[in-house]
Design a protein. Structure first.
Length: 135
């Protein structure tokens, strides 16, 4: 959970008060968060995106050996020449699984952050236009 200082707008992993200026920390999903500058939002998205990517990468590290182990188990049930072939292929298969997920996680984070950034900028422009019309 990321929290934002109402005073200096620095971000914190949690807590109630800013350690820099002592200002009150706010939830970025509260109503007052709509007033935050877009650069702030970009940073928040990046933080969440990076965290999401990290979780996927950890999953990839766990899933690689699972795939390799699964291939070995299947190989044990197969007939002689193919069981050897699959046993040898088990490790590269596990590595390939890990690498594919690891690589796509990086891409997904970049895409996610970028797309949300464009969406938010458009919404921000609309909000600014609305405010300008009212004045
Ligand atoms: Zn502060």
């Amino acid at each position: 959970m990321i929290k934002i200082c109402t005073g200096c707008q620095s971000t914190w992993a949690g807590g109630r008060f800013c350690e820099d200026c002592g200002g009150e920390l706010r939830d970025p999903f509260g109503e007052e968060a709509q007033q935050l500058p877009s650069t702030m939002w970009r940073y928040i998205r990046l933080q969440y995106g990076a965290r999401r990517g990290m979780i996927v990468r950890v999953m990839a590290i766990l899933l690689g050996p699972v795939v390799a182990g699964g291939a070995l188990r299947i190989a044990a049930g197969w007939a002689r020449p193919w069981s050897t072939v699959l046993s040898i292929a088990a490790i590269p298969l596990g590595v390939a699984t890990w690498w594919t997920i690891h690589w796509s996680a990086g891409r997904a984070v970049r895409l996610w952050v970028l797309r949300r950034g464009q969406l938010n900028r458009r919404r921000l422009a609309r909000a600014l236009a609305r405010r300008a019309l009212r004045i």
